[in-house]
Write a protein that binds this ligand. Sequence first.
Ligand code: ZN
Ligand code: ZN
Length: 416
Amino acid sequence: MISSSTFTVNGRRFTPPARPLAVICLDGSADEYLDAAMSRGLMPNLLKLSLNGWRGLARAAMPTFTNVNNTCIVTGVPPSVHGIGGNFFLNPENGEEVMMNSAQFLRAETIFPHAQRAGRKVAVVTAKEKLRDIFASGLIAEGGIAFSAEKASAALTATHGIDDVESLVGPTPAIYSGDASVYVLKAGVALLKAGRADFLYLSTTDYIQHKYEPAAEGALEFYAAIDAEIGRLLAAGAVVGVTADHGMNAKQLANGRPNVIFLETELTQRFGGGIRVILPITDPYVAHHGALGSFAQVHLPAGLDVAAVKEWLLQRSGITEVHERATGARLMELPADRMGDLAVASGRDTVLGRTLQWHDLRAVTNGLRSHGGRYEEIVPFLLSEPVNPNYAARASGDLRNFDIFEFTCNGGPGGR
Ligand code: ZN
Ligand code: ZN
């Protein structure tokens, strides 16, 4: 018997149906990817899900990065509340860049320990190890499961709630592959079928989307493999919710070179030394994007006129938004104490860098697809059930990708 007890987290109420439930975050999946594969008949299960259930679009959180939005999805609140505004921030006390991929920076609880305490068997599977710490926060102690495909073989009962991932799912896949993502969904199917989980969060990686445009063979094959696993989740009786952390766009010139504004170089030439540009996309997985995304935080030395720098940046073609800290925090729902003096976003085809020397552009010699700005903000949002009138009304408003758990729990025909 699967529990349908209500629990409340961060002001949201969740009453999951007495059925297995799986929320999937398809990393970097702009709606074009689903369309390209569906229109070629390669995603029959997702097509059926859309027709029997609900398919629409939702708005992600800014900046449109993986950590930021995955944290939104698992807490149900924006970055201003959960505190993770990027992969990195500059510690104002010592001027050092701090990586924010650990639960110590979380300012809100995730829904998982609450679901586990309400009687659900929770399992969280992520492709990248970097997200596991945040997802596992408070969950393992409650008896839940959290592991990554990247480090599947390293999972231990004491720290991950499971120690036989490889015998259950298969050998650990390579992280720079589509297999790492398919493995995440396979793990979900295996855990569900083995009766070891009935409340799943499955979060993939965007290696494929950084590499391939929607209609490319490599992308189509990937989505066909994802679809087969979604079909298995549905066949096992699961309610399935699908969204993405952000979209993905080509950020290159006609000759295939990355279309980069080297912000720290340009600002230093114009305004002098002491300016620091923090790129919150920076992470250990640089083969994806060479640390180039469409968002930056700019820290200015004391005495420099913030408004003057802002006005100058707004004249630069390719830059679409520049906000001073307080305005940026409000408009982009960011934690003000982990921001620079200016928050800067660039256009659909443009990324922001620091200096030419700082980036390893060998990773992106075959073209650059990336994210981080407004143009990667609108993402797919799908539910395997028809949405009840209460939630249909909400879905027609400013639907957010981090509404997905609430919709998957409460949004179906029997939900409230
Ligand atoms: Zn992502
Ligand atoms: Zn990415």
